[in-house]
Design a protein around this ligand. Structure first.
Ligand code: 5AD
Ligand code: FES
Length: 335
């Protein structure tokens, strides 16, 4: 049975007028019908924290000189994937700071990965590439690409990104879709300056682009950034947005994110109960993990990826779901 998306006027109505518990109930019903009780796993490898951007919210921004920068070698990346495959993972997200790698370097890495393990899904999250470069990545075997738009309001976007235009980011997202990548995006919840209208604009943009995957999480002020004194919204705001997102895009893959688990010890469980259906165990080698702090007090940096999978298995059970070791392509993409 096809589950249709909730009209946007209704999303707005729900946001302003309906108690969060009821919105969550609706979202759970939708998620039950689309993804059932399955929670897909993605092995996250933060293979470099070098970043050429200077976003005001981010702990690894270029001008944060306190960060000790690293780049994992190809050998170490392949070994990390091998360890993930050993425990049953079939999807890997290779994430780095933005614009730190050339397309050809990444293409050669992905070709090596795919020649060793042809059946896994490889997701990149490495910042901007021109359309021609994206074609090279696609040809090399990249299946999915994550590129959050961060906030759908032009002015707030430009402020946070030092004058960069939102349209530039959206152009890249259009290119990803045109080239038939399984396309993921997303935004932060509770950025300074975020109004109710902006929050709804974020959801509307997700609907307009029909993203296959949408990652959201609470903004958490980092002490070594210009936004260190910003207010912190409670986790409930993120949970409400998660539920509205599931109603907006019934078939999207939506992760219960580490940022939610950082702000609230049961933040990820709350997201799963509100319509999220993906978890991303961080399998980055522990020495590097500790240097990839986008926000403070990030969880899971002392645990190995393997420990996280064990821990996650218990956590999903507590909300009546089960971990799934399938590739977990987004139904919206497959359709
Ligand atoms: N708090 C929460 N999330 C953050 N990100 C970056 N900095 C922060 C922060 N301080 C998010 C951004 C980015 C993703 C990898 O992490 O949305 O795209
Ligand atoms: Fe990482 Fe629980 S998921 S320690």
């Amino acid at each position: 049975m096809f589950i249709s998306e909730t009209p946007f006027e209704e999303i707005e109505y729900l946001y302003y007028n309906v108690p969060i518990e009821e919105i969550i109930k609706k979202a759970t019903q939708v998620c039950d019908k689309t993804y059932g009780n399955k929670v897909y796993l993605r092995g996250l490898i933060e293979f470099s924290n070098i970043c050429f951007m200077d976003c005001k919210y981010c702990g690894i921004r270029r001008s944060n000189t306190k960060v000790e920068r690293y780049r994992m070698s190809e050998v170490d990346i392949l070994a990390t994937i091998a360890s993930g495959i050993e425990v049953g993972l079939k999807t890997f997200v290779l994430q780095s700071g933005e614009n730190a790698y050339r397309a050809l370097e990444l293409a050669s890495l992905v070709e090596k990965i795919k020649s060793k393990w042809s059946d896994i899904a490889v997701t990149l999250s490495c910042g901007y590439f021109k359309k021609e470069e994206l074609k090279i990545l696609k040809k090399a075997g990249v299946d999915r690409y994550l590129f959050r738009f961060e906030v759908a309001d032009e002015n707030l976007y430009s402020f946070l990104k030092n004058g960069e235009k939102l349209s530039k980011r959206l152009e890249m997202l259009n290119n990803l879709k045109e080239l038939d990548f399984e396309t993921g995006s997303g935004f932060m919840v509770g950025l300074p300056g975020e109004t109710d209208e902006i929050l709804l604009k974020n959801l509307r943009l997700c609907r307009d682009f029909q993203f296959d995957m949408v990652g959201i999480g609470p903004f958490i002020p980092h002490p070594d950034t210009p936004l260190k004194d910003a207010r912190q919204f409670s986790i409930e705001r993120t949970i409400k947005v998660t539920a509205l997102l599931r109603l907006t895009l019934p078939y999207a893959n939506i992760p219960a994110t580490t940022a939610a688990g950082t702000l609230d010890p049961s933040g990820r469980e709350k997201m799963l109960k509100a319509g999220a259906n993906v978890l991303m165990p961080n399998i980055t080698p522990p020495l590097n993990k500790k240097k990839y702090l986008l926000y403070p007090e990030k969880i899971c940096i002392d645990e190995s990826g393997l420990e996280c999978i064990g821990c996650m298995s218990l956590r999903v059970k507590s909300v009546g779901k089960v971990l799934s070791f399938e590739r977990g392509d987004s139904i919206s993409y497959v359709k």
